[in-house]
Design a protein around this ligand. Structure first.
Ligand SMILES: NC(=O)c1ccc[n+]([C@@H]2O[C@H](COP(=O)([O-])OP(=O)(O)OC[C@H]3O[C@@H](n4cnc5c(N)ncnc54)[C@H](OP(=O)(O)O)[C@@H]3O)[C@@H](O)[C@H]2O)c1
Length: 239
């Protein structure tokens, strides 16, 4: 199976992992729509792709807008869910549970809403790819909240793969990836995490959004891949 000619929707497509996927897929001949909330940022992000990508500004948590989008553009071959917020990290004793709830709203619920809205539009044999995080299984102190958000999505993958077959359902679980996601945390903390990734990970480097896009592409193209959670973390989960 080749990505060429496939109709792919990337929600969270204006930055980081989603934008890298949009670029790779469009350059290799897929018909891509990039979705995110901020229209100006979307437009400038895909501008280098010279009109090869359609854009739509909407909130991935807005079910009415999602239903309208998929009713308008369906059928589609593949949907990638690369959206998230950033709240939910911190030591458990003092963790702000209101922030953790917002974190669930921005990632778990937004990805679930977008997934359910996309199913009627997805072609048989197409694919749905969630983006989770290695925090779900890394057992790192200070990440219990993030583990819960991402673990909740990962727990759904197997059941969805069976229930929605022949649609294929997978997740990519990234490690530390150099994207704008990290702009929202204090610079000193970000620098410490990046340095630790370079020092301690078996691959000795920081992840790049293109690395994760490549993993997403593998899941889209390989017809045997369903019910899988593909780690793209440079081996950090092994430490
Ligand atoms: N970067 C890492 O180290 C890392 C590690 C593990 C897992 N991940 C996961 O990887 C995925 C991609 O992260 P990233 O690093 O690429 O983040 P990013 O650079 O911050 O990009 C997030 C994208 O999602 C869009 N978005 C966010 N909320 C949205 C919503 N409610 N509706 C529609 N679009 C929305 C953003 O655009 P707008 O703001 O304009 O909507 C943007 O296009 C996320 O699920 C993240 O949790 C990242």
């Amino acid at each position: 199976m080749d990505i060429r000619g496939r109709k792919i929707v990337v929600i969270g497509g204006s930055s980081g992992v989603g934008l890298a996927a949009v670029g790779q897929f469009a350059r290799d001949g897929a018909e891509v729509m990039a979705v995110a909330r901020n229209r100006e940022r979307l437009a400038s992000a895909v501008a280098p792709l010279a009109g090869a990508v359609r854009i739509r500004a909407l909130d991935g948590g807005d079910r009415k807008a999602l239903d309208a989008l998929f009713a308008e553009i369906g059928p589609v071959d593949d949907v990638v869910l690369s959206l998230s917020g950033g709240e939910g990290a911190g030591e458990f004793r003092t963790l702000d549970l209101a922030a953790l709830r917002r974190g669930f709203e921005a990632k778990f619920w937004a990805q679930v809403e977008a997934a359910q809205a996309s199913v009627p539009a997805l072609r048989a044999g197409g694919s749905l790819t969630f983006i989770t995080s290695i925090s779900a299984r890394m057992a790192n102190p200070g990440t219990a909240g993030l583990a819960a958000i991402n673990g909740a999505i990962e727990a759904m993958i197997g059941a969805l793969a069976r229930e929605l077959a022949p649609l294929r359902v997978n997740a990519v679980s990234p490690g530390v990836i150099e994207t704008a996601w990290w702009d929202r945390v204090p610079a000193a903390w970000r620098d410490q995490v990046f340095a630790e990734q370079r020092r301690a990970s078996p691959v000795g480097r920081l992840g790049q959004p293109q690395d994760v896009a490549h993993a997403i592409r593998f899941l889209i193209e390989n017809p045997m891949m369903t019910g899988a959670i593909l780690e793209c973390d440079g081996g950090m989960r092994l430490l």
